[in-house]
Ligand binder design. Sequence first.
Ligand code: HEC
Length: 125
Amino acid sequence: MRLIKLMFAVAMLMFIASPAIHAEEAYLNYKSYCMQCHGMHGKGDGVNVPAMNILPRDHSDNKYMMSRSNTEIYKAIKFGGPAINKSVKMPAWGDTFTEEELTQLVGHIRSLCCEKELVRGVNFR
Ligand code: HEC
């Protein structure tokens, strides 16, 4: 009985903490796969930049990123730059991440550009 209660408590804790866990996963994926171009905080200042003729997007640029829908961001990540009429220098990540991870990355990018809007509950479509 005690064990069941304990298992229940652990399950509840995992449920409550899951948005934070997802945010952490997305942060780690961003750090491993995106940072070399987009930079640690998404400012478009990664180590690859000096060798690039098309600059990685500054994901913290609120004004620009507010003009993008979540669907466009998702498409760019899954299918690469050309999917939203952008450069092939933005690789496609559809084979690297699961659907859930892709969605979480969209969320992570929103947290880099649009924190105030997220708090206000803006619908990014
Ligand atoms: C090899 C360098 C490189 C890597 C690695 C990379 N990107 Fe990009 N990304 C770019 C470039 C360059 C652009 C800009 C393309 C343009 O403006 O034509 C871009 C653009 C984007 C855009 C489009 C923004 C917009 O609407 O204009 C998104 C979203 C994006 N990257 C997300 C990611 C994510 C998430 C990752 C990691 C999973 C990632 N990128 C990894 C180079 C890269």
